[in-house]
Design a protein around this ligand. Structure first.
Ligand SMILES: [Zn+2]
Length: 244
């Protein structure tokens, strides 16, 4: 059957002589992988549509819930070309995608997160150094993935605490924590996190945190995500499995 979707290209892996296996984050089905015939040939009908971060309208062909449907059409809605032009910007956006693809399972429909990602890419296209945009996205992405860190109170007894323990995914108070391997948080960073977590995405442009609070909370969030990913959340490598 034929299936249409909106999607953002995450990455493509070369397959055989000229084919690609594309990973695309779609509004309708979350992350999907699709087989693209000959996009690496110069006269490919896909043109530049399969460049990373390109926002597309795609048509897939395959049995319902096929593991690897065929990509038969890809029309560019917005190229997000600026995000690929500078190395620093490219790496920043790649990191966001990498984290998302590791925490959100394949075929997990995430319509709201898709819109938030699209919005974040627009903000980064206008200003790639915008560390608040990336931080807001990561907080909302963690919520969608079910890995929101607990910063509001001690994860064991509910008392106040400012020491974040990665293995707990939570702050612990001084009575509950063992004082090993924690991240000391300022009250300002905790308040900023609670605002980003609780406020609706559309209102977050009203939040104007200081540079140092954005940096501090950004560091904590990145470490928390890395810890969660290293704990084995990486999806198994599908390409390895199907390679002859
Ligand atoms: Zn406690």
């Amino acid at each position: 059957m034929r299936f249409r979707a909106e999607g953002i290209v995450f990455k493509g892996l070369p397959f055989g002589e000229a084919d690609m296996i594309m990973t695309i984050f779609t509004r309708q089905k979350g992350f999907v992988r699709a087989f693209a015939k000959s996009p690496r040939k110069t006269k490919s009908r896909f043109g530049s549509a399969l460049e990373p971060f390109t926002y597309l309208r795609i048509t897939l062909w395959g049995k319902e819930n096929a593991e690897l449907p065929k990509l038969i059409q890809a029309d560019i809605v917005h190229p997000f070309q600026k995000l690929r032009e500078g190395l620093e910007c490219f790496l920043r956006v790649s990191e966001i995608f990498e984290m998302t693809s590791m925490l959100i399972p394949e075929h997990d429909q995430q319509e709201r997160l898709f819109d938030i990602l699209l919005n974040t890419l627009k903000m980064l296209e206008a200003d790639c150094i915008n560390s608040k945009a990336a931080l807001c996205y990561k907080v909302k992405m963690l919520e969608a993935a079910g890995f929101t860190p607990r910063l509001g109170s001690c994860g064991r007894c509910g008392a106040m605490g400012r020491k974040f323990y990665f293995r707990e995914g939570s702050v612990l108070c001084d009575d509950c924590g063992d004082q090993n391997n924690y991240f000391d948080l300022s009250l300002g960073a905790i308040r900023l996190f609670e605002t980003l977590r609780l406020w609706d995405w559309n209102k977050l442009n009203r939040v104007v945190p200081t540079h140092s609070l954005t940096e501090e909370l950004g560091r904590l969030i990145d470490l928390h995500i890395k810890y969660r990913i290293e704990k084995g959340l990486k999806t198994r490598d599908f390409i390895e499995k199907i390679r002859p």
